[in-house]
Design a protein around this ligand. Structure first.
Ligand SMILES: Nc1ncnc2c1ncn2[C@@H]1O[C@H](COP(=O)(O)OP(=O)(O)O)[C@@H](O)[C@H]1O
Ligand SMILES: [Mg+2]
Length: 153
């Protein structure tokens, strides 16, 4: 199950993320694939807003993981950037499974840690069309990811 959308601005990309963020639950994994500048972090800003984050989204490139909180409950939204991960062992050390017990997780550069990812995942690919436009492909792997995709339609 998949869907291709076209975003014509950062606000557009954020709005899509926001819609997704509003329906995310603990255990949900969102993978964000795309070149540098494609909009992964911009999309994440929307997701965090929709989820209700009280913390500002920043690029976790140097820290690997950012953790966002919300007022509603004690859940945590984890935002990972695995660009610097170099081995499967390092990827496993992240312990994504325990992060997912605390809330949803977003992973930038997921293709670097595919073996460590849970099977059920919503795979979002962002691609440059031009300066202001992006193609956003949403692919659902697994039953929960399909539910998420339906909620977005
Ligand atoms: N339609 C669009 N969607 C998302 N970002 C866009 C779009 N058009 C232009 N941009 C710009 O592209 C850049 C995307 O950066 P960022 O979200 O940090 O990308 P990534 O995390 O994939 O490296 C931002 O400067 C943003 O303003
Ligand atoms: Mg980024």
């Amino acid at each position: 199950m998949s869907q291709i959308l076209r975003s014509s601005s950062p606000a557009d990309t954020r709005a899509l993320g926001q819609k997704l963020g509003a329906v995310l639950k603990p255990g949900d994994l969102v993978c964000l694939q795309g070149d540098l500048g494609a909009g992964k972090t911009t999309f994440t800003q929307g997701v965090a807003a929709g989820w209700g984050s009280i913390d500002e989204v920043s690029s976790p490139t140097f820290v690997l993981v950012n953790i966002y909180r919300r007022e509603k409950d004690r859940n945590h939204l984890h935002h990972l950037d695995t660009y610097r991960i170099e081995s499967a062992a390092e990827a496993d050390e992240l312990d994504l499974d325990s992060m997912l017990t605390q809330g949803p997780a977003l992973v930038e550069w997921p293709e670097r840690i595919t073996e460590s990812l849970p099977a059920d995942r919503l795979w979002v690919t962002l691609a440059h069309e031009n300066e202001t436009h992006r193609y956003i492909t949403l692919q659902a792997f697994g039953r929960r990811a399909e539910e998420l995709l339906k909620a977005l339609a």
